[in-house]
Structure formats: C-alpha cells, structure tokens
Design a protein. Structure first.
Length: 293
C-alpha cells in the first residue's frame, strides 16, 4: 500500500494553505505523485472528486462504487483509497486539503466524520450548479497570478463548498423520522473517540462516561445510527483496519494483533474469523489468488 504523507506539500496550490484543486486535470501532477495515486493508497488528507459530466469508479475501505454526473466521492484521512482508471477528458474537479487547513475554517462539517459510512454524495439540479460554480471560483482563486491568492477569501469559498457537501450528505442519508440533533452529535463523538486512539482497547462504559451518557443510552444511539452495539461497532472497525493492513502491507498475525491493541494474537485471530468468516491465513490466501488473476 502506498503512503501519502507529505504529498500535500508537492501538490498544494497556495503558499500558506495546504489545499489543492484541479479542474479537468488542467494542472499536471508530479510523476512520483501519479505513481502513488494510481495504486491503493492510504490518505493523509481529505480528498473530494466532483464529477460534472462522466463517471468514475473508486474503492474506499474495500468497497467499490461508481459516481456519475453531478455526483461526489470523498475519502477521509486513514482510509485506503483507490481511483480506478477513468477518462481523463471528462469534466471533473479534484479537491484536497489537510487538517491544518480544516482547522482554519469558520464552521464544522459533521459529514467529515462520515456517520453513515458513505463515501458518495448526490445533489439536486440546483445544488449541482452551485457546487460547480463554487469549485470553479475556488479554482480561479487558487491559480490566480501574484498576490490575488488571499487566504481569507479562499477559506470563505472552501467553507461554502463544504457547507454544500455537508447539507447534501445529511439530506441523502439522515433518517428523517428521527430527531437526530443531539443523538447525531453524540454518535459522531463516539466515532471520534474510537478513531482518535484506534489501537486502544476501548471500554464502552468509559466512552459513555466521557460523553456524559449512560451505557444504555450510548447503546441506543449507536444501534440507531449503525445498526450494531457500541462493542460490535468497535470490533468491526478494528477488523476493517486489520483487513486494510493485511491487504496493503506485510505483517505477521502477531505484529498485526499488537498494532491493533490486542495482547493475545490467538484471541485476535478468533475475533477476525468471527467477524469476516475467514481465518487470517484463508484471507491472505484469497488475496494471493486474486493478485494472480
């Protein structure tokens, strides 16, 4: 698996902000960057591709999906992301920025926690035009000559773009019949608590205490949004990370178990088999077979 740490420094389009935006592949990328992007790579930044006209296929966290006209695909830091070959002549925008740029923005964008585990967003016709106009304007700002690249104006445009993305995400995926205001914020906080220290052996009661919830209330919230219990969600997330690492790096079962916070590799192996339906060795053998096809 290819790593993307330090990539933003190579592709950034502003001297102070770690942000890059390409319109219809107009800006050539360095050769070493392209070598990484055509292979499965672990994102170290936020990535968005908006398809104006055409279609493209992607894989994120081992799930493949295709996005067409007026659709958006996004990848988050630490996700393993693959952009399969597509027509470079299609109309599209590719936007990237990192945490340091996100911290400068005036708003919060809960969709970046991805509470519904989706990597695509669709827009109605009016929103499609707004998004296209905003991205076009941001592209012009970033690639304007000289001193016209004013950080505060660029951040204002990026804020507007992310607000459109955030609104459309929840319009598509939010369960309308549920009052999700407080519940959603608690679910996002739960996911963030797990993601921040993924290799910790998380105690559900401890997380509930930090979120000022009872364990039964946390159970109800996670069950409502994810369809599983908090313990199952944590286990599934760890097993997803295990599959990522097995697919894209060479590690022994013992090394993998310890890296994910398991003190007993045999217990890790049992959990992996229960979660995936395959032993680690069978999973690796299947990957080997696929690589030879």
């Amino acid at each position: 698996m290819e790593e993307t740490r330090g990539m933003m420094e190579k592709i950034r389009h502003h001297d102070k902000l770690s942000i890059a935006l390409n319109e219809n592949c107009a800006i050539p990328l360095p050769g070493d960057v392209m070598e990484i992007l055509v292979k499965p790579h672990r994102l170290s930044f936020y990535y968005f591709q908006y398809i104006v006209q055409g279609s493209a296929t992607f894989i994120a966290d081992l799930q493949q999906f295709t996005v067409g006209n007026g659709g958006l695909v996004f990848g988050l830091p630490n996700q393993v992301f693959t952009k399969l070959p597509y027509d470079k002549n299609m109309q599209q925008y590719a936007l990237s920025f990192d945490e340091s740029t996100l911290m400068l923005l005036p708003g919060t964008y809960p969709f970046l926690i991805n509470p519904y585990n989706a990597n695509t967003i669709s827009f109605d016709t009016a929103a499609q035009q707004r998004v296209k106009n905003l991205l076009s304007g941001l592209f012009q700002l970033l690639h304007a000559p000289g001193k016209q690249k004013k950080s505060e104006v660029i951040l204002a445009h990026l804020h507007a773009v992310l607000t459109e993305f955030n609104t459309a995400y929840f319009e598509r995926y939010e369960r309308k019949e549920v009052n999700t205001g407080t519940k959603l914020s608690k679910y996002i906080a739960f996911k963030l608590a797990v993601e921040t220290n993924l290799s910790e052996q998380h105690d559900v009661q401890g997380i509930a205490d930090r979120l000022a919830l009872t364990s039964s209330t946390l159970y109800g919230i996670v069950k409502e949004f994810a369809g599983v219990s908090p313990k199952e969600w944590i286990t599934n997330r760890l097993m997803l990370e295990a599959q990522r690492k097995l697919q894209y790096s060479k590690m022994s079962v013992k090394e993998l178990a310890y890296e994910l916070g398991f003190t007993d590799p045999r217990y890790f192996s049992r959990v992996f088999k229960k979660s995936t339906g395959k032993s680690v060795s069978a999973y690796l053998a299947e990957l080997q077979d696929l690589s030879h096809n």
